[in-house]
Design a protein around this ligand. Structure first.
Ligand SMILES: [Zn+2]
Length: 748
């Protein structure tokens, strides 16, 4: 008998020996039910799917007659071999590390970040393995439940997706450490109540730590006895809707549990949502570069699909993920967090919830900090979304017909603002201009932009701001102005630089000449319903683009030294296979010769729309280039991309390192002490002056930066809060009164 039991145990262990990354061919198969029970990473119905499959799952796939090949076998060993080996989980935070960071933040900033709180489930405060779900709250008056919009960020519903802990914990750190210095962090702490649950599945995460202490563990579910539950299939909204979106089989990686809401972890997060009024929530997962939202359980959009999409576009500004509903964009899932948060409206309010699937793999140790940086705009956009938020999008200087802003001239100013709130209109937006520079005089300093609906943009077309440039101002200079934008009880201050000089036209391409020798391209000039006059440019004038297409429209090189206020506009429309084929706008310079994507477009946009990009950050580069690229994958093609009326302009002006030089330097305060002890820099500029300071290392790499008001002491760490090595650094400061460059020696 003993012998028999031993044999059974061994067999079971063998079957679960490993997880594999598997490419499944779905040629001609639109029904994905054969993938039921697998963790689907990405899929294109009718073509292929990428899944995580255990050895046992592979037998199921074989039995169902699907063609597949194993791309990476035994993922745990594969990931373990790629870990840095620097401590448990490498750059990822273990549960203990995440807790320790939150504790140290609370110790340092007790006014704005709470102690860790254990979230109660329906029975107790603990999970199957007697662990706690820890949460912290960040807000001014953190102990009080205030009447401020609430947002929620969670990580690690799935135990093999560690990046969620880093992203959420680093957001807490960013808010705390920048409160009082960075205007946005200060605004979020003052006007939002932010809740963070870095590890929703502590049991599974600890199980991975126990079995793969150096990282790479592929266990996904919680630790319910009998094989665990996929807690992101256990939420109660349309729980168990079908067996494709979750599995009834306890051995499956997507097992939904015995009953809706049966799992302690899910009871805890649901109780938290019921006790609060979260407006928006991000549930961080990995992987494959997606920003997905409801509905998950069916292939349909919600009535709020435009708001979801616009939010996703704002959230993925820096990382360029695919933005789509889960069910139609990826693969159906039922009982997931986003459907419940959005769909359940009896026990709580409706929450705009989304799931960012971070990165391109489960364990990407070497990229962990980079991914935290690249995804910060997601948390920013989500925190903004919680109430009306007027964001400055574009400043246009109306220089008159001579194409020049001259001394003595009156200049109109058009301000374009977008509401980044997901449900509240802004109400009337007041613009107010002020100056502290004798070279400019205010003519009309106040204007109004009528109320904007969520994600709509508008400008003061009928109510221009106006300033008069002093006759004594020098041409080719730039004059600072301060713009205040107020709406919905909030006020935001922006520094503007009024360029004095000629507007330079670097590109003015209407494609009317048909020959375009200035461009390097394999696009075609065509008379296919242009935006203006007769011609535009397109990839495939006589039909669809092909498989693996690569069309490019590449500009010549532009010298942007001594040029300011660089603005690119163009018009386009497109039909692309959503999420798989892309139109990209890219740039490169001599100092970063690889093409960088500024934005990319997929889906379908049938009518001509205008795009606007502020390219001022590239002023100062010697060899600047633009490129429009259409890129398609292996299968399924569409009509493609139509582009017209490309315009790149700027003003003559002086360059500096990274920011525009203020032409009139009146006082140059000694910015900092020159030898630094204990990592502290003292700014000795006049009290009340606001300073932008950037720290460079001896090799000229930017290490950290801060915006502060003097007097100020800057505790020197890098942007992730890590201590700096002793050595030589350079501090550049920029303020109203000028700029300084100071060498400092960091001593230990
Ligand atoms: Zn996940």
């Amino acid at each position: 008998m003993k012998r028999y039991l031993f044999f059974t145990l061994l067999t079971a262990t063998m079957l679960f020996a490993g997880w594999n990354r598997v490419h499944v061919s779905l040629e001609g198969i639109n029904n994905l039910s054969a993938l039921s029970g697998l963790d689907v990473i990405r899929s294109k119905p009718g073509y292929w799917a990428e899944v995580v499959a255990t050895d046992e799952d592979l037998q199921q796939l074989s039995a169902s007659g699907l063609n597949y090949h194993v791309e990476v076998a035994d993922l745990e060993s594969y990931y373990a071999s790629k870990m840095s080996g620097e401590g448990p989980f490498g750059n990822y935070y273990t549960l203990a590390e995440a807790n320790a960071i939150l504790d140290s933040l609370h110790e340092k900033y007790p006014q704005i970040i709470s102690e860790r709180m254990a979230l109660p489930n329906n029975v107790s405060n603990v999970t199957w393995d007697s662990n706690y779900l820890w949460a912290v709250k960040i807000s001014d008056n953190v102990a009080a439940q205030e009447d401020e919009p609430e947002v929620l960020f969670t990580g690690l519903h799935h135990a093999r997706e560690p990046i969620g802990a880093n992203i959420t914990v680093e957001w807490a750190r960013w808010l705390c450490e920048n409160y009082g210095n960075d205007p946005l962090a200060t605004y979020f702490v003052d006007t939002r109540q932010t809740w963070i649950v870095p590890v929703v599945n502590p049991d599974g995460y600890l199980y991975n730590e126990e079995n793969n202490p150096w990282g790479g563990g592929m266990y996904r579910k919680n630790r319910r006895p009998g094989g665990g539950v996929d807690i992101n299939r256990n939420y109660t909204y349309n729980w168990g809707y079908d067996n494709e979106g979750s599995s009834p089989n306890p051995n499956s990686d997507t097992y939904r549990g015995p009953e809706p809401g049966s799992e302690p972890e899910i009871q805890s997060t649901m109780n938290l949502c019921k006790a609060h009024n979260f407006v928006a929530c991000l549930n961080f997962h990995s992987h494959s570069g997606l920003f997905i939202y409801a509905w998950g359980y069916i292939e349909e959009e919600t009535p709020d699909s435009m708001e979801f999409f616009n939010w996703g576009e704002a959230a993925t500004r820096a990382c360029h993920y695919v933005v789509a509903p889960g069910g139609s964009g990826l693969y159906v899932t039922n009982g997931d967090s986003d459907d419940w948060m959005y769909g359940e409206t009896e026990a709580k309010n409706r929450i705009f919830a989304a799931t960012p699937e971070i990165g391109t793999d489960f364990w990407q140790d070497e990229l962990a900090f980079e991914q935290v940086e690249a995804t910060r705009p997601m948390l920013t956009a989500t925190s903004m979304a919680a109430s009306a938020y007027p964001e400055l999008e574009d400043v246009t200087w109306l220089e008159g017909d001579d194409g020049e802003i001259s001394p003595g001239e009156t200049v109109g100013i058009l301000i374009r603002v977008r509401n980044m709130g997901i449900k509240d209109p802004t109400g009337d937006i007041s613009l107010s201009l002020s100056e502290s520079d004798p070279r400019v005089e205010l003519v009309k300093s106040n204007a109004v932009i009528p109320s904007l609906e969520p994600y709509a943009a508008g400008s003061n077309d009928d109510d221009l701001l106006e300033v008069k440039v002093s006759p004594s101002a020098k041409p080719d200079s730039a004059i600072p102005l301060t713009l205040k934008i107020s709406a919905a009880g909030t006020e935001f201050t922006h520094k503007l630089l009024l360029p004095v000089g000629k507007r330079l036209t670097l590109i003015d391409e209407t494609f009317e000449d048909k020959q375009i020798p200035e461009w390097n391209t394999n696009f075609f000039v065509a008379d296919k319903g242009p935006h203006s006059k007769k011609y535009c440019i397109t990839d495939s004038p006589d039909g669809l683009y092909g498989n693996n297409a690569f069309y490019y429209l590449e500009s010549g090189k532009f010298d942007l030294r001594n040029k300011l206020n660089l603005e690119l506009t163009f018009w386009h429309h497109y039909e692309m296979e959503n999420g798989f084929d892309w139109c990209l706008l890219e740039v490169r310079t001599e100092s970063s010769p690889d093409w960088t994507t500024l934005k990319r477009w997929s889906r379908t946009q049938k009518s001509w729309v205008r795009e606007y990009f502020d390219l001022s950050e590239y002023s100062g580069s010697k060899e600047f280039q633009l490129r429009f690229v259409l890129q398609s994958d292996n299968e399924k093609n569409e009509d493609g991309w139509f582009i017209d009326d490309i315009l790149l302009t700027g003003f003559a002006g002086k360059e500096t390192v990274g920011v525009h030089e203020l032409a009139d330097i009146r006082t140059l305060p000694a910015a900092v002490n020159e030898t630094v002890a204990k990592d502290i820099l003292h700014f000795t500029a006049p009290a009340g002056s606001s300073i932008h300071a950037v720290l460079f290392d001896a090799a000229g790499r930017k290490v950290a930066e801060t915006h502060c008001v003097a007097p100020f002491e800057w505790k020197l760490t890098d942007n992730l809060g890590r201590t700096l090595a002793p050595g030589v650094y350079f501090v550049h400061t920029y303020s109203e009164s000028g700029e300084t460059k100071t060498k400092v020696v960091l001593v230990k």
